[in-house]
Write a protein that binds this ligand. Structure first.
Ligand SMILES: CC(C)(COP(=O)(O)OP(=O)(O)OC[C@H]1O[C@@H](n2cnc3c(N)ncnc32)[C@H](O)[C@@H]1OP(=O)(O)O)[C@@H](O)C(=O)NCCC(=O)NCCS
Length: 175
């Protein structure tokens, strides 16, 4: 459990299903992400699955205990590189209020203080300013720009819609 001024960051619970459905059912959430809108049953399965997992963390408002988004945080291979990747998706009704950067900054601080990472990195679509501005706001540095780095969707003939990506990172302090 990580606490900030307005938020708690904790493991998922099966009872988060309804709040999770509220935003994972919206097409706009997937503009820069793989996946597609989920049903209530799928949201319920995901909330249960994630309550047993370490790589997804629920972000809830302290004032109402409502789940407003989640963070992804996972160690990359090989383990001796001590590199972790961060990601985030927030409910549009709670975006642009600083919650995503408040939660991400707190998780990054927690990780540097407790997990001994060398590098925490993130990748985002170059046309997703919400993501790269968040990263710059919490002290990440743009280290790379990649052309046609990945694709999440194809046209009807199966041709990829390639995306250009930025990679950002924050290194352990003093380096
Ligand atoms: C990325 C995301 C989590 C950011 O959430 P948020 O609630 O807007 O984040 P914050 O309020 O902490 O804002 C972070 C910064 O981005 C800026 N920002 C947010 N949305 C923006 C937009 N659409 N255009 C330009 N800047 C934007 C904010 O102004 C803020 O910068 P500032 O404080 O210097 O002004 C949210 O947009 C989201 O969930 N998007 C859908 C999923 C997604 O794309 N995830 C990232 C995949 S890499």
């Amino acid at each position: 459990m990580i606490e900030t001024e307005r938020l708690l960051i904790r493991k998922f619970k099966p009872s988060d299903a309804e709040d999770l459905f509220e935003y994972l059912s919206l097409p706009e959430i997937y503009r820069f992400e793989p996946g597609e809108p989920v049903t209530m049953q799928e949201a319920s399965d995901l909330a249960t699955e994630r309550s047993d997992a370490d790589n997804f963390l629920a972000v809830v408002l302290k004032s109402s205990a409502k789940l407003i988004g989640h963070l992804y945080f996972e160690q990359r291979q090989p383990p001796e590189f001590r590199t972790w990747e961060i990601g985030y998706i927030f409910n549009p009704a709670f975006q642009r209020l600083g919650y995503a950067s408040e939660a991400s900054a707190a998780l990054v601080d927690y990780a540097f203080n407790n997990l001994h990472p060398h590098r925490i990195m993130a990748r985002c679509d170059q046309t997703n300013p919400a993501s790269w501005k968040l990263l710059e706001k919490i002290g990440f540095t743009r280290e790379g720009a990649f052309k046609q780095f990945a694709y999440f969707r194809t046209d009807e003939a199966g041709n990829p819609f390639w995306i250009d990506a930025f990679e950002y990172s924050k290194l352990e302090q003093g380096i």
